[in-house]
Ligand binder design. Structure first.
Ligand SMILES: [Zn+2]
Length: 459
C-alpha cells in the first residue's frame, strides 16, 4: 500500500531520520499493532474499529495533568480520562532538519503532529513533509478518506495551527497557514508557483468533512492562483458545497461538509487569572469574560462533530453502516497558556479538554465499535514544586486546590519576559476500544499512526 511503502523506503534510506518506531526497528509488534491475534479472534473478535477518535492535549504532559487533577478534583480525585483502561508512554522527540538521522530531544507541535499522522519523524516546524528532502508524506486522515471514511478535525486553536494541520496538509513551514504567509515563507508550496497552497487551502481541497475551530483570519485570505483565484479560502469552500459558519448556532442542523470558524485566531480560554511571576503570586482563577456564549466549548465542538459524522452523508458518499470516521480533536491552549505561564488558563483548558474526552468515551461506549485515543504532542514547562519553596529562579504561582490546599506551579524554562519552552519528556497515551489494548509500556509517537491505521484496517 502506498503510504507504508513510502514510509518504509524513507526509513531504509534514512531520509526520515532516526528509525525509532518499534515498527521501523523491525521489532516484534505487540498484538494490538500487528493485527488480530488468535486470542483476540477467539475472544472479543474486536480488533478493528469502525471509528477512531484521537484527542490531543497540546503540551499536556503529566505535570499539566497532575496540576489540573489537583486543582479540579483534589489529589485523590480523578480526571475523566483517568478511567480509560489502557495506558502507554510515548517518546516525542523530533529530528534535525540539516541532519535528519540525529534526534532533536524537544519537539514542536508540527513535528509531533506529523509523527502520529504519517508514521514518519520530521524536523520542528514541518507539516507532514520530510526533514531536509521536503517530500510530502501521506497522512492517516487522507488514507481514511481514500478508504471511503468521513474525516473531521476540531481544535481550540486556528484550524491551520500545527496540530490540526499535520493531519490534513503538507507544507515546509508551519507558519504557511494562509495564502499570504505561504507566498512569503513557503514559495515552493504556493499556488501561484504550482504548489498545493497554504494549510487553509489544502484543508478545503482535501474536503475534510467537519472542520470546527478558530482561524477565520487565515480562511479569509484571498487565494492567489488557480480556479478560485480572487476568492477567499472560505468563499472557495462555500463554492464547493461547504456550510461555512461563523458561530455554532445552527451547527446541529448543518449538512456536511462543515467549516465552522468561531474566532479570528485561537479560541479564548475558559478560565483566566494572573500570570506566574518571579518571587511568586497567589492566584484566584475566574471565568474568562472573552469566552462568551457565542463560542462553543471544546466538548460541545466534539459532540457536534461526532453527531455530524455519525448521522451525515459526506462528500464521499459514506453513509451510516458504511465505513466510519476518523476524528481528531485538539485542546490547544494547554500549551499556549503554559507558554504564557498562566496557570489558571492552562488548568482550565486541561479540564475542558478532559470534558471532550468524556464526550468521546460516551459516544464510543454507546456506539460499541469506536476506538478513543488520548495523548499529548509534547511535554511542557509547568512543574508542581513545594508550596513553601521560595527559592525558585522561575516564575511561580500558588493556587488553592479542590483539597483546600496550596499548590505552587513553577515556570522556569525561559526568562519571564519570554515565552516558556516545550520540554523533552515522554507523554501519556490513553486508550479505549478495539485495536488499542495490550500496548507496550513505551512506544514512539510514530507508532500511534500504526495503531490508528491498523484499527481502521487502512491499507
Ligand atoms: Zn507550544
Amino acid at each position: 500500500m502506498r503510504s507504508k511503502q513510502i514510509r518504509r523506503s524513507l526509513y531504509l534510506s534514512g531520509a526520515a531520520g532516526v528509525a525509532a518506531s518499534t515498527v521501523a526497528a523491525g521489532m516484534v509488534l505487540p498484538a494490538a499493532m500487528a493485527g488480530p491475534s488468535e486470542a483476540q479472534q477467539a475472544g472479543t473478535g474486536q480488533d478493528r474499529a469502525r471509528n477512531v477518535i484521537l484527542l490531543v492535549g497540546d503540551g499536556m504532559g503529566d505535570f499539566e495533568l497532575s496540576a489540573a487533577r489537583n486543582y479540579e478534583y483534589g489529589a485523590a480525585g480523578r480526571l475523566k480520562m483517568d478511567a480509560m483502561p489502557d495506558r502507554s508512554t510515548v517518546t516525542t522527540y523530533s529530528v534535525q532538519e540539516t541532519e535528519p538521522a540525529a534526534p532533536n530531544y524537544v519537539a514542536d507541535s508540527a513535528a509531533t503532529s506529523t509523527a502520529w499522522s504519517t508514521g514518519v519523524k520530521t524536523s520542528n516546524g514541518r507539516i507532514s513533509t520530510t526533514a531536509a528532502a521536503d517530500e510530502d508524506v501521506p497522512t492517516s486522515m487522507e488514507m481514511a478518506q481514500e478508504a471511503g471514511m468521513l474525516i473531521g478535525n476540531v481544535s481550540t486553536a486556528r484550524l491551520t495551527d500545527a496540530t490540526p494541520a499535520g493531519a490534513m496538509a503538507h507544507v515546509a513551514k508551519r507558519g504557511c497557514e494562509g495564502p499570504a504567509q505561504t507566498t512569503r515563507d513557503c514559495p515552493q508550496d504556493a499556488t501561484e508557483n504550482g504548489g498545493p497552497g497554504s494549510i487553509a487551502e489544502q484543508s478545503i481541497d482535501l474536503g475534510v468533512d467537519v472542520l470546527l475551530g478558530g482561524g477565520a483570519d487565515r480562511y479569509d485570505q484571498n487565494i492567489l492562483a488557480g480556479e478560485f483565484a480572487g476568492q477567499t479560502v472560505a468563499e472557495s469552500a462555500a463554492a464547493r458545497g461547504y456550510n461555512v459558519m461563523r458561530d455554532a448556532d445552527n451547527l446541529a442542523e448543518a449538512q456536511l461538509p462543515v467549516l465552522g470558524l468561531f474566532a479570528g485566531g485561537h479560541l479564548p480560554t475558559e478560565l483566566t487569572g494572573a500570570q506566574a511571576a518571579p518571587g511568586g503570586v497567589d492566584v484566584t482563577c475566574e471565568a474568562n469574560p472573552e469566552f462568551t456564549d457565542e463560542i462553543p466549548t471544546v466538548d460541545e465542538m466534539t459532540d457536534q462533530a461526532l453527531d455530524l459524522l455519525d448521522r451525515s452523508q459526506g462528500n464521499n458518499g459514506a453513509a451510516k453502516g458504511q465505513p466510519g470516521f476518523f476524528l481528531q480533536v485538539e485542546g490547544a491552549s494547554i500549551d499556549k497558556q503554559d507558554h504564557a505561564a498562566n496557570p489558571c488558563a492552562q488548568i482550565g483548558e486541561t479540564v475542558a479538554f478532559d470534558r471532550a474526552v468524556q464526550v468521546a468515551l460516551d459516544y464510543a461506549e454507546a456506539e460499541g465499535n469506536t476506538t478513543v485515543l488520548v495523548t499529548a504532542d509534547h511535554s511542557h514547562t509547568s512543574q508542581i514544586i513545594p508550596a513553601g519553596d521560595t527559592d525558585s529562579p522561575g516564575a511561580t504561582a500558588t493556587l488553592t486546590t479542590a483539597d483546600g490546599q496550596p499548590m505552587k506551579l513553577n515556570y522556569a524554562t525561559s526568562p519571564t519576559t519570554k515565552s516558556q519552552d516545550h520540554t523533552g519528556s515522554t507523554v501519556p497515551l490513553l486508550a479505549f476500544g478495539p485495536g488499542a489494548g495490550n500496548l507496550p509500556a513505551l512506544i514512539d509517537q510514530t507508532d500511534i499512526f500504526d495503531i490508528i491505521t491498523t484499527a481502521l484496517n487502512l491499507p
